[in-house]
Structures are given as C-alpha cells and as structure tokens.
Design a protein around this ligand. Structure first.
Ligand code: ADP
Ligand code: MG
Length: 378
C-alpha cells in the first residue's frame, strides 16, 4: 500500500484542487403565444388543447414529443427525454428565477475578478431578447445584472474598516450584422458603423463609464433604439443581428501591494440572432443573405464547441480554427477555446409547430454540457 505521507499529499491535493466544472447549459421554455386576437371563435366542446411538444419533465430535463401533425412520420407520438441541463425554466418561470440561477454566479465571479460570458441561443421568437433585455416592467438579465453589480459594490464600500480599491464600470454595446456577403460591426453607443475587429478586440468601440443603475439603464435603452430590426414573416420584430454587451470592471486605485488580482474582468452578454430555416420564413433577397449569415454564424459557433469537446476528450485531436469563419466567433475566441468560462441559455418555443427547430437545437446543444473548465480558467 502507499506510504502514509504520499497518501496524505494525495488527500491534500484533492482537497485543494476543485474538480473541473462543466459548461452550464440552461433551457428556458417560453409560453405559447396567445392565440389570435379580435373576433373570438365560438368555443368548441371539448375545447381543443393548445398543442405542445415540449414540457419540463424534471428540474434538469425536458420531454420532447413528435407531434401527431407529422402525418407520415412513423415516430409520431414518441417521446424523447433530454437530460443534464443546469436547470430547465418552464413557461411560468419569472425573469428573476432565471437571473438567480443563470446570472448570479457569473456576476459573483465577475466581481471577484473573473471574466464570464452568457450567450442566449435559439430560433427567432423564442424569447432570447426577452430573456436578455426584458421590458421596463419585467426587466431581463442585463438590467438585473446592472442592479446587482451596483448593489454589491455599494454594500462592499460600506465596510469602512477595510480600504477597498475603488472600482468602476464601463459598458459597451454593439451589434454584428450582415451586409451583402460581408459582416459589419455597428457601435450602438456611438455613430461608428464600420469598426474593425483585431484578434478579439474591436478598435474604436466606445466604452462609457457607468456610475449608477439609472445611468446604465438609459445607456442600454439608447443602444436598443439604435439596434436595427427588420421584419420577416416569422417574427415582425425579429432582430437580424447579434447584439453584444460588455461590462468591464476598472480598478482605479488598486492596492498593488495587496497582491490581489488587478485583472480587468469583463462580463459579456450576447443576444444572438435566431437560426431559422429559410423555407419557413419566406426569406428572399437581402433577407435571405442575412439569414444565411445568421445560420452560418450559428453553424460556426457549433463547430467551435464541438471541436473543443473533441479536443478535450482526445488531446491528440487539434483544436480546429473554426472560429476564424465568423466575426462573432472571432470575438468570442477565448470562450470558444475554453480559456474563459461561458454559460449558455437555450430559448425554445414549446408548440407543435416549433418541433423541428426545437429538436434541432436540443440535439445540437446537448453535447456542449460535456465541455469542461479546469479550475484555473480566468
Ligand atoms: P427572440 O429574441 O428569440 O427572437 P423575443 O424575445 O423577441 O424572441 O420574443 C418574441 C415575443 O415573445 C416577444 O413579444 C416577447 O415579449 C415574447 N416572449 C418571449 N419570451 C417570453 C416569456 N418568457 N414570457 C412572456 N413573453 C415572452
Ligand atoms: Mg431577438
């Protein structure tokens, strides 16, 4: 048997090194859209229930049923369970529920000096923008994050005995959109509209100091106004662009001698454009080009994560350089190669009509849960 000292050392090592963490994948199911407005049909009896193909089947799992409307599909009526989500939010969950589970850990780590990223993924109309921005009466993850950051900072500055380095925050907000066959970066906080991406840095992007929640929220509202939206048949307000917000912590009078990390941590939130199938949205011309861009970006995003997973499973497999193939993935390279920590929230619609999109997304994203972060990520 092992000498006692060696066993002791092993025990000490396993006690101090936390196990690798998995990439967190959350799933939020939005409520079914309200059925038609205006003239109500005479109620039929028994009332036909709304057709739903996706339900939460546990705290971490969903059950997806092939709809009966798929007339010739031999699998219709069959149910498949997707398990292992960090949490599943059913249609009645609140923005606050989502914030507490999804964002709070990222905010805590950010205030502790680590960068983090939240990405909202899903088809158009599935609730990504609702989740990230929400409405004035029902604020989403970004406004709730800003409130949390200022509350936490105010509280820590009340501890008068410890002199803390003063920290302030900067916000930037931009979108990546398609133009013809190319991509373009539009600053949502300035008039700059053709910014250059070098490595993972956007040259000339405006960063604005935010001093209060009110400051930050009015800045975000201005940015939202600027965010270009265009109508498609699928969703009149669907945003045909990726919208990215960063909050950067800046240490003003950091105490160098304390040896504390002075890294300027960045918290990033990305509200991605939806990847829908062209046939269904009836896209044509420019819209079709944009739609190809969106689908291409989500494909590249997926390829990056799959390559990272393959590489982690078998170190002999190189990390493919898929990230080079779209601006979004170039910008997020550190996260897509596992050097910085990312959290995903998948937004889905539960209706029978959405079965194909939902099924595609669940199959595509399930393997991502196996991606690991070593405890030394930053
Ligand atoms: P996406 O950004 O994924 O295209 P949106 O966030 O714009 O989708 O949502 C489409 C519509 O559905 C919006 O009118 C939004 O208010 C509504 N919606 C989405 N998620 C929810 C939810 N969880 N609760 C209530 N309404 C929602
Ligand atoms: Mg949107």
């Amino acid at each position: 048997s092992k000498p006692a000292l060696s066993r002791l050392l092993d025990d000490a090592a396993s006690a101090t090194i936390p196990p690798p963490e998995r990439l967190k994948v959350f799933l939020r199911i939005r409520p079914l859209p309200e059925r038609g407005c205006g003239k109500a049909k005479a109620p039929r009896k028994p009332k036909k229930p709304d057709l739903v193909c996706l339900v939460a089947s546990g705290a971490n799992s969903v059950a997806l049923t092939v709809p009966h409307s798929k007339l010739v599909d031999p699998k219709r009526g069959r149910t498949e369970v997707f398990d292992g989500f960090s949490a599943v939010f059913s249609p009645d969950s609140s923005q606050h529920d989502v914030f507490t589970q999804v964002m709070n850990p990222l905010v805590d780590e950010f205030l502790g000096g680590k960068s983090g990223l939240l990405v909202a993924l899903g088809p158009t109309g599935s609730g990504k923008t609702h989740t990230v921005f929400g409405t004035p009466r029902n604020p989403g993850l970004l406004p709730l994050t800003l409130r949390q950051i200022f509350t936490a900072t105010d509280e820590s500055s009340k501890g008068v005995t410890v002199i803390q380095p003063t920290r302030s925050f900067c916000l930037s907000m931009f979108e990546i959109l398609s133009e013809g066959k190319g991509e373009r970066i539009l600053d949502l906080l300035s008039d700059a509209s053709d910014l250059v991406l070098q490595q993972s840095t956007i040259k000339g992007l405006k960063e604005v100091f935010i001093e209060s929640v009110a400051d930050a929220e009015s800045l975000v509202s201005c940015g939202m106004l600027k965010r270009s939206t265009a109508a498609t048949n699928a969703n009149n307000k669907s945003s045909r662009s990726h919208c990215i917000i960063t909050i950067r912590a800046v240490h003003e009078n950091a105490d160098v001698e304390s040896g504390k990390s002075l890294s300027n941590a960045v918290l990033t939130i990305a509200d991605l454009a939806g990847a829908e199938r062209e046939r269904r949205t009836g896209n044509q011309g420019t819209r079709l080009l944009e739609s190809n861009f969106i689908n291409n970006t989500s494909m590249v995003f997926g390829l990056c994560l799959r390559s990272l997973l393959e590489h982690q499973k078998n170190k002999k497999k190189p990390l493919e350089k898929h990230f080079k193939n779209s601006m979004l993935t170039r910008y997020l390279r550190d996260y897509l190669e596992g050097r910085k920590k990312m959290t995903l929230i998948l937004n889905v619609k539960p209706g029978d009509d959405d079965y194909l999109d939902t099924s595609f997304l669940l199959r595509q994203a399930s393997p991502y849960m196996k991606i690991k972060y070593s405890p030394s990520y930053h």
